[in-house]
Design a protein around this ligand. Structure first.
Ligand code: ATP
Ligand code: MG
Length: 350
């Protein structure tokens, strides 16, 4: 078997954490007898520097031609400053990539490694057993609505069509059916018209999944529930921005943002994009302190979803669990293990 992966290192700590994940991919593919082909493409701020645009056409073509895409992170203060003077933003490349590849569902698992119960800011008895899959709608909602920007007035809109809600609902219901059979749909239906449509469509789709128990929760209440009773949730499906915010919150609940992976998926025959949920962390770029585990676990999701290599994916997840159980702690978990220490330990465990 062979697997081709397009690597988009991006900015900040992106190149550091993707380099680690590629080494892990090489090792597990070698163990599995799969020939792995990787090629890096410019993306984000790094691509603005060399080509003037955050998603060059050649990069998009390479992504579409690959079996899967492994992405680091984009953005940084120098690009924010340039954008105020009219330059494109690295984040525009990320939104364009998601839209061009039709990646409407963003899967963000947050599972508490039992060995990290003490690392959560929450009491152990509250956080124990937490294992949530957030399904964040990724190509609609507030991120893709009409926008008008002025010095006296600005506008963002939150549009959704029935079809857009339906397809992400299907992804979430199918995931719930394969897990513990519980789906929590998060919205703001007491205020937003788009949320009332969201609720209606979720209820309509639920007719096809009688075995899945559905609850609707308002996003403000959900922010509270995630710190008071996180272990009571299974699959959570929600709007683009709500999902972004709640999954950052959840990543802290189960330990640290540096651990959390994600998969962005579209239609069954299109390649997905796999990336850690964290950003480019410019404050620690170049220091060797970045935790590569979120990217390494994203590579595991790539093997699972893009190549059907379930055993290889599991072997990476087991190796991560092993090194944490043996006491390895990256900086973001209060330890002293740098990017290289963490990578070497995981390679050894494999
Ligand atoms: P984005 O808008 O792209 O999501 P952000 O503004 O949310 O980015 P991050 O780049 O995710 O910000 O960084 C938030 C904080 O978490 C920073 O202090 C950063 O150093 C830390 N952080 C993020 N990723 C990691 C990592 N892999 N290892 C260690 N610390 C990290
Ligand atoms: Mg963020």
């Amino acid at each position: 078997m062979s697997l081709s992966v397009c690597i988009l290192p991006g900015d900040g700590i992106g190149p550091e954490v993707t380099a680690s994940a590629v080494r892990v991919l090489q090792q597990v593919c070698e163990n599995a007898g799969t020939s792995l082909e990787t090629a890096s493409q410019p993306f984000g701020g790094a691509a603005i520097d060399t080509t003037g645009e955050p998603l060059p056409p050649a990069t998009l073509e390479a992504c579409k031609a690959a079996d899967g895409v492994l992405l680091g992170a984009v953005g940084g203060p120098q690009y924010d400053a340039a954008a105020r003077a009219g330059a494109p933003r690295p984040e525009q490349g990320l939104l364009a990539l998601r839209q061009e590849m039709g990646l409407f569902a963003n899967l963000r698992p947050s599972r508490l490694f039992p060995t990290l119960e003490g690392a959560s800011p929450l009491r152990e008895k509250i956080v124990r057993g937490t294992d949530i899959l957030v399904v964040r709608e990724l190509t609609g909602g507030l991120y893709f609505g009409d926008r008008r920007e002025g010095d006296e007035e600005a506008l963002d809109t939150l549009p959704y069509s029935r079809a857009e809600i339906e397809r992400v609902a299907w992804t979430a219901f199918e995931a719930a059916r394969g897990r513990r059979g519980k789906l929590c749909s998060v919205d703001k239906a007491n205020v937003l018209a788009s949320s009332r449509l969201w609720r209606k469509v979720i209820d309509d789709v639920s007719a096809d999944f009688p075995e899945v128990e559905v609850k609707h929760v308002l996003v403000d209440a959900m922010a509270m529930h995630l710190v008071t009773r996180p272990s009571s949730f299974d699959v959570v499906v929600t709007e683009n921005l709500f999902g972004d915010i709640l999954s950052d919150e959840l990543s802290a609940v189960v330990g640290s943002i540096g651990l959390a992976p994600s998969a962005s998926l579209g239609a069954p025959d299109t390649p997905g994009v796999f990336e850690p949920i964290h950003g480019s962390a410019p404050d620690i770029a170049g220091t060797g302190k970045a935790n590569p585990i979120g990217t390494i676990l994203s590579a595991a999701m790539l093997l699972r979803f893009a190549a059907g290599m379930e055993d290889a994916a599991k072997s990476i997840e087991d190796a991560v669990e092993t090194v944490l159980r043996e006491g390895l702690r990256p900086f973001d978990l209060g330890g002293t293990a740098g990017t290289e220490d963490v990578t070497a330990a995981i390679l050894k465990a494999l």
